[in-house]
Design a binder for this molecule. Structure first.
Ligand code: GLC
Length: 598
């Protein structure tokens, strides 16, 4: 163990911020026992541990899973929670701070009042890496406001089948889009490498092939040759490494039948060896459990995952058992100490780079950034840029403000929860007024102007020939991960179909706005719609949709995925020889009508 020799600063070397990080890491590592090192590799869910556990077990990390929020769910309570856990970490013998991780995947959307940006599929439609970098920077400021320094984002999965419940977390079906939008990392981290807040450590996820599983089955099997896997799914991670992502998360899926969580070739030989990744590799939620198909993790699976190259283990509930099992594996010589030390070097390096030893507690000067007007204006701009006009047969768009009668219908017209989608306040998200924002209806009312008559009825009741236009905002209820997988039909649900039929019956021009995380099977209904706009999952700033509908912003969005003519075609991707309803890259341009977005 390291001696008590102090530096000129009068502190132990690892505590001297003037020393190079590598020196501080080696000094600290030399002072750590096996319990310290195994604790550093353990990430527990906040609901499954308390401050005493963090101290007693020397935990290296704590996370909030989707929707795991303090009560009350307000920014100050998040910062208090973070500081409490961090103070507990500082009470350990070596005082090593924790890394706290959260899924701020479209803004810090677990937090009520945070700015919720469009989900990645909409950002892919913008084709604007600069905009996505700005969103990363704004998200970092809001995450830093709660003290947190690690974001499990961006998802760089390449979605190859929209049946996948995580389609909306992908920037697109060709690796060119996720690779371009890895610019998010630069925004989030503040530059080519992670640093002190408001820099927040990025996580390129999920390595490798999460979006390519057979049938779009989340956590399923990606059956590709190595050449195909590298060509289709690796480019976004090459870009993420080039941009300096601090961490990479392993995919829960398998490659040709082998779970990636136990895949030494992919994690160690390719990611760390061939590609030279020096950051930390984190497992996904209970990712060790099913490496060999059994329910809970075994010693064999812990050994496989750690020896495959996983450094930090997200083992939310059974983290105590994990610590015991890993200690047994190391003591028995089945996990070499060199692997434990490599993992610790990677983890400690990030903690030193983030300045956590010098400034372990939340910097509350960032609190006002949460949900601020500037971020909401950025989100509104992103929403407008993500709208894709798929059809406008009668040249209805943009709608003219002024003395017109507009009927607005559809379950998603006046519903913040629907327009935000999953990973918002709760893991799965939910309909309803779940967080402050502007609904699409609010936006239409404002854009139509004071002389317009805007009538809202979710079911479309009251439609009659006196209306100049009807706008139906329909689509998917929120979902996340495998709960959003669609192995069967992919059409609109009965309530939406009933509303649309009611609206079509009186000859009023009909504009359909589709709020969804993916293409849906709408070819049969499309002939009855005069215009169709894919709004994706826009988040809290719904007026960005109205900006395009009324011409305050141009329509420039283009499809990031192929839109199938029928679900029976799936999978259907660009260049596969099938005839889609709308091809990858499709989007009708609409000039701005000279309006101003504020
Ligand atoms: C989930 C997701 C992953 C997320 C993690 C923590 O299962 O697969 O994307 O970062 O668990 O919430």
């Amino acid at each position: 163990m390291g001696g008590d020799v102090t530096t000129a600063a009068g502190v132990l070397p690892y505590r001297d911020a003037r020393l190079p990080v590598a020196e501080r890491v080696e000094d600290l590592l030399g002072r750590m026992g096996l319990d310290d090192k195994i604790g550093q590799m353990t990430q527990a869910e906040r609901l499954e541990c308390d401050e005493a556990d963090v101290t007693a077990c020397r935990l290296g990390s704590v996370l909030s899973g989707g929707g795991s929020v303090p009560e009350p769910n307000v920014p100050e309570a998040w910062a208090d929670m973070y500081d409490g856990l961090q103070r507990a970490a500082l009470r350990t013998p070596l005082g090593i701070p924790i890394l706290y991780g959260v899924d701020a995947v479209h803004g810090h959307a677990n937090v009520v009042g945070a700015t919720v940006f469009p989900h990645n599929i909409g950002l892919g439609a913008t084709r604007d890496p600069g905009l996505v970098r700005e969103i990363g920077a704004a998200t970092a400021r809001e995450v830093a406001g709660t003290g947190i320094t690690w974001n499990f984002a961006p998802c760089l999965g390449v979605v190859r089948n929209p049946r996948w419940g995580r389609t909306y977390e992908s920037f697109g079906e060709l690796s060119e889009l996720p690779a371009a939008m890895a610019s998010y990392i630069t925004g989030l981290q503040g530059g080519p490498r992670v640093g002190p807040p408001p820099s927040v450590m990025a996580t390129a996820k999920h390595f490798l092939g999460d979006g390519g599983t057979d049938g779009g089955d989340d956590q399923g099997d990606t059956r590709l040759s190595e050449a195909e896997l590298r060509a289709l799914h690796l480019p976004p991670f090459l870009e993420a490494l080039r941009l300096g992502t601090g961490s990479v998360m392993v995919s829960l899926s398998a490659w040709n039948g082998v779970k990636v969580h136990g895949h030494r070739y992919l994690i160690t030989d390719v990611l760390k060896g061939e590609l030279g990744f020096t950051g930390l590799v984190v497992s996904d939620w209970n990712g060790l459990d099913e490496i060999f198909g059994r329910e809970e993790f075994t010693g064999e699976e812990v050994r496989a995952a750690i020896n495959a190259g996983i450094d930090m283990v997200m083992v939310p509930e059974r983290w105590r058992r994990f610590i015991e099992v890993l200690r047994d594996e190391v003591t028995a010589g089945r996990v070499p100490m060199s692997r434990i030390d490599d993992a610790n070097r990677r983890i400690l390096t990030k903690k030193f780079e983030q300045g956590l030893f010098e400034r372990p507690l939340a910097d509350r000067s960032h609190l006002p950034a949460i949900g601020c007007a500037g971020h909401r204006a950025l989100a509104r701009r992103a929403v407008a840029a993500s709208q894709v006009v798929l059809k406008d047969a009668r040249g209805l768009l943009p709608l003219a403000p002024g003395p017109r009668r507009i009927l607005v219908a559809g379950r998603a017209a006046d519903d913040i929860g629907m327009q935000c989608g999953g990973w918002t306040i709760s893991w799965q998200g939910s309909p309803g007024p779940i967080t402050p924002g502007t609904t699409i209806l609010d936006g239409i009312r404002a854009a139509a102007g004071p002389d317009a008559t805007v009538v809202h009825d979710a079911g479309g009741a009251g439609i009659e020939a006196s209306f100049d236009v009807a706008v139906a905002v329909v689509g998917e209820e929120p979902y996340a991960e495998d709960e959003g997988d669609l192995p069967g039909a992919m059409g609109l649900d009965a309530a939406d179909l009933e509303t649309l039929a009611r609206l079509r019956g009186v000859g009023v021009p009909l504009v359909v706005v589709l709020v969804s995380g993916r293409p849906l099977d709408i070819a049969a209904e499309l002939p009855g719609w005069d215009a169709l706009v894919a709004a994706w999952l826009p988040g809290t700033e719904g007026q960005g949709v109205a900006d395009v509908l009324f011409g305050a912003a141009p329509a420039t969005g283009r499809l990031p995925v192929t839109w199938m003519r029928s679900a029976e075609q799936l999978p259907i991707t660009d260049g596969d020889g099938q005839e889609p309803l709308f091809p990858y890259g499709h989007g009708l341009p609409l000039r701005a009508a000279g309006g101003v977005t504020g």
